[in-house]
Design a binder for this molecule. Structure first.
Ligand code: 0A1
Ligand code: ZN
Length: 876
């Protein structure tokens, strides 16, 4: 099971499969420790793969092979060869039925890949390579087959689900029953799913644009059945949206969602049977925050949209993962933008990209949107493939315009329906439909790293011409020293001294998209009477870093005048970054820390401006997180970052106490709960004010937090109050709140996870010994990824100051946890180790101590392939 050194797989080595599987019949007899899986595969030689009858390779991991037969004749061991990762079967005819029986152990399967048990419920996770843990099979996405699945189980498991439509059910001997499912659509094995359990369900229906009735069902354990409404509502919105925006209808008569507590990722788009991490589907106002409600809406949308972008048209191989993920993230982001505040959604997505994807691009695991090699594909479900991949699709949308893009997506779906294709096929469909040349644009798929744009300008007063010069470069990444210029859409506007938009052409256009294709390029704007102020990279039109020598006054001006909401926010962030950088410098040199009065004044005017929408005010008031400050630094000085941010927060909180207090009071009116965009924005603004107020740690402010904690009628307000009490109240008050909250919610898995996460992320209370205590708490469970992410991830990824303590104890703790975790769940171990893999960017002793922790992992013996890949690449 463990590999000494896993081998590297290359895109350039892709070969079409030797054999195709037209039909797959599966028969499961479920038992916790010994499930019997019988499969019958209708196999034929792939005419596109050459001559002769080569042996057939079937992937298989952790399986007990009971028997194997071709056309009913049992094969003796000399007809097949057992290999570490599967079997090689001799073949003497071009078409045959292959019958295989295997035995698997769901109960002891802690990897959460293949078939496993979660709270007594059977469920599967087959993407990317989990099906090979169920039976021997050519487990690759370009093998598409029609599946029929029979599940036999004791009657204590009344619900037996698989993909497609139910075609029969009935009793079996000995208190057992069976259900048979048939999926009429061909699919790769990674989209297979099975669920069996004692579950309740909510039911609804959706009438498609062409008038077909689709049954919608959401399955949960009984105790959670009151938490499914929001997901079902989101599902119906997503179905309607995909019809309206992409012309895509759902294609089966039933669509099922199942919530499970043990899940490695967010959710999975199995055909007709989506399986969700409970945390990404279950919500009620008492238990879920606004952020959770919105996350659920976007993930339900994401999985639903995969039915076309992923399932009907799938990936030829795993290097093409962004074909389905980048496109589907773009689709879900637009869906969320249409359902909520478009500007806030964009700000949130760009913050995530800048903080975490840019860090990936600058780290040892940097890879292109379409990687060209991997050891373990699970390590490539990354922000680069998902979020940067979505930005790449967004740029195509910008270059083609909405109509051209829709023509392109129609052509893509029509051309490739039922096929397993490549990123190249996607780009070609976009090109063919729009006649726009994307030859150079394709480099976004093959070159890693974050491009850097440096913009300078020049105004000729006598001629009235304004020239913008743009230089682009991209830092080297592992295996790619030199980069060729990218094709970058740079959306911009020009502002006059009164903040008005200048007209850029004869048609009254005030915004344009410059197409940057060279290493250096100049653009001229004529007939201007004054030097304009450029508003660059509006709406973040490309995933790049952009440098223009804005003065503080210019940023303040953009912050209040730019018509592009995104850039108003971006100006506020640039201001904050400048201030934080000065503070870090002062801290390092032992100087006096001081926050520029202009910044304080800018925050004050934002707070007092009654014309601004609360949603935008809340965003403008956010100080960049420590993590994002770190990402923006060339060398990360963790101590200086913590000191600078803390000082800025304190100073703003004290200087604007009255304004924060007034705003808080204005918004703190008792009303019934709603999820309207307005109410969500007001809660966010109110809780931002509460956070600043409590940063002063005055009794007055903490009393407000306590009052909110005691009386809130929704989890957003309750959790916000708990968080500030944990971080700012004295021991007695904080500990009482922590304890009271737990006693109230200890039966609710999602709330307990929130509670664990808040403590381990607390810069005040989440020190190492507190986190070590949390690990001993009965609510913690190393076998449950959500608990691991809350406590270990909360500490290593969300508690910058405590994790980066100068003694390196945080890194050693992480290393020890990762070593233990790797024996249970390699995917989660490899996800959790990431913070210490970026050691090269840290200053001083921290880099050395992170490296020691990595070496400890490397030397601990048998690593999984997942963990080995990440650790070895970061030690290189
Ligand atoms: N395709 C899913 C993501 C996913 C990937 C792997 C998983 O298990 C290892 C689970 C889910 C999505 O994009 O939502
Ligand atoms: Zn996805």
């Amino acid at each position: 099971m463990r590999h000494a050194k896993p081998s590297t797989i290359y895109l350039k080595d892709y070969r079409a499969p030797d054999y195709l599987v037209d039909n797959t019949h599966l028969h499961f007899e479920l038992k916790p420790k010994a499930t019997l899986v019988k499969s019958r595969l209708k196999i034929r030689r792939n005419p596109a793969a050459g001559e002769g009858l080569p042996p057939l390779f079937l992937d298989g991991v952790d399986l007990i092979l009971l028997s194997i037969a071709i056309d009913g004749a049992l094969l003796s061991p000399e007809h097949y060869e057992k290999m570490p990762q599967g079997i090689l079967v001799s073949v003497d005819k071009p078409e045959f039925f292959l019958d295989i029986q295997t035995c698997i152990n769901p109960e002891d399967n802690t990897t959460l890949e293949g078939l496993y048990l979660s709270n007594g419920m059977y469920c599967t996770q087959c993407e990317a390579e989990g099906f090979r843990r169920i039976t021997f099979y050519p487990d690759r996405p370009d093998i598409m087959s029609k599946f029929t699945t029979t599940i036999v189980a004791p009657k204590e498991y009344p619900v037996l689900l698989s993909n497609g439509n139910e075609i029969s059910r009935g009793p079996c001997e000995g208190d057992h029953h069976y259900v048979t499912w048939e999926d009429p659509f061909s699919k790769p094995a990674y989209l297979f799913a099975l669920v069996a359990g004692n579950l309740q369900y909510l039911e609804d229906c959706f009438i498609t644009a062409s008038g077909r009735k689709v049954k919608l069902q959401l399955f949960t354990e009984e105790k959670n059945i009151n938490k499914g409404d929001h997901a079902l509502r989101s599902l119906k919105n997503a179905m309607r949206w995909d019809e309206a925006v992409y012309g895509r209808e759902y294609d089966l008569d039933i669509f099922m969602i199942v919530a499970v507590d043990h899940f490695n990722m967010g959710a999975m788009e199995n055909k007709g049977l989506n399986i969700f991490n409970s945390a990404c589907v279950l919500a009620s106002p008492e238990t879920a925050t606004d952020a959770t409600f919105q996350r659920i809406e976007s993930i339900v949308g994401h999985e639903y949209f995969h039915n076309w972008s992923g399932n009907r048209v799938t990936c030829r191989d795993w290097f093409q993962l962004s074909l389905k993920e980048g496109f589907t993230v773009f689709r879900d982001a637009e869906f969320s933008a249409d359902m909520n505040s478009r500007a806030v959604k964009r700000i949130e997505d760009v913050s995530l990209l800048r903080t975490n994807q840019f860090a990936e691009d600058a780290g040892p695991m940097a890879h292109p949107v379409r990687p060209d090699s991997y050891m373990e594909i699970s390590n490539f479900y990354t922000l680069t493939v998902y979020e940067k991949g979505a930005e790449v699709v967004r740029m195509i949308h910008t270059l083609l315009g909405p109509r051209g893009f829709r023509k392109g997506s129609d052509l893509y779906f029509e051309r490739h329906d039922g096929c397993a294709v490549t990123c190249e096929d996607f780009v070609r469909a976009m090109e063919d439909a729009s006649q726009i040349d994307l030859v150079q644009f394709r480099r976004w798929y093959s070159q890693a790293g974050t491009p850097q744009l440096t913009v300078t300008d020049y105004f000729d007063e006598t001629l009235g011409t304004y020239v913008l010069t743009v230089r682009q470069s991209c830092p080297p990444t592992p295996g790619q020293r030199e980069k060729r210029p990218f094709h970058i859409p740079l959306k911009l506007g020009l502002l006059d001294k009164n903040g008005n938009e200048l007209v850029l052409d004869g048609q009254g256009t005030t915004q344009c998209v410059l197409e940057i294709t060279e290493a250096e390029q100049s653009f001229e704007f004529t007939e201007l009477s004054e030097k304009p102020l450029p508003s660059l990279l509006r709406d973040f039109s490309a995933p790049v870093k952009i440098d223009y020598p804005y003065s503080i006054d210019q940023l303040l001006f953009l912050m209040s005048n730019d018509s592009d909401t995104f850039n108003r926010w971006d100006a506020s962030q640039r201001l904050a970054f400048l201030a934080l950088s000065d503070l870090q410098q002062a801290y390092r040199t032992g100087g006096v820390l001081q926050l520029q009065p202009e910044l304080i004044a800018a925050y004050r005017s934002v707070l007092l401006n009654r014309d601004l929408e609360p949603a935008l005010v809340a965003e403008l008031l956010q100080l960049p997180s420590e993590q994002s400050i770190a990402e923006a630094s060339v060398h990360i000085d963790a101590e200086a970052i913590v000191a600078a941010r803390e000082f800025a927060l304190q100073t703003l909180a004290e200087a604007l106490f009255g304004e924060f207090r007034a705003q808080y009071t204005a918004l703190n009116v008792r009303k019934s709960f709603s999820l309207s965009a307005k109410d969500i924005a007001e809660r966010k603004l109110k809780n931002t004010c509460l956070l600043y107020l409590c940063a002063t740690e005055t009794a007055d402010a903490l009393a407000l937090a306590q009052e909110q904690f005691d009386t809130a009628n929704n989890m957003t307000d309750k959790a916000a109050a708990l968080s500030v009490l944990i971080n700012h109240a004295g021991d007695k008050q904080a500990i009482a709140a922590i304890e009271q909250f737990y006693q109230c919610w200890k039966e609710d898995a999602q709330v307990v996870e929130l509670w664990l996460g808040q403590q381990s992320r607390s810069s005040r209370r989440g020190n190492l010994s507190a986190v070590e205590k949390l690990i001993q708490h009965p609510a913690f469970d190393l076998k449950n990824p959500n608990r691991v992410r809350a406590v270990i991830g909360g500490f290593a990824k969300g508690n910058f100051s405590q994790f980066h303590r100068s003694d390196g104890s945080g890194f050693e703790f992480l290393a020890d946890q990762v070593i233990t975790l790797d024996k249970l769940n390699p995917q989660i171990a490899a996800q959790q180790v990431i913070p210490i893999t970026r050691w090269k960017r840290y200053t001083g002793d921290l880099a050395r101590k992170m490296k020691i922790a990595l070496k400890k992992i490397m030397d601990s013996g048998d690593l999984s392939g997942d963990l080995y890949e990440v650790v070895s690449k970061s030690l290189n």
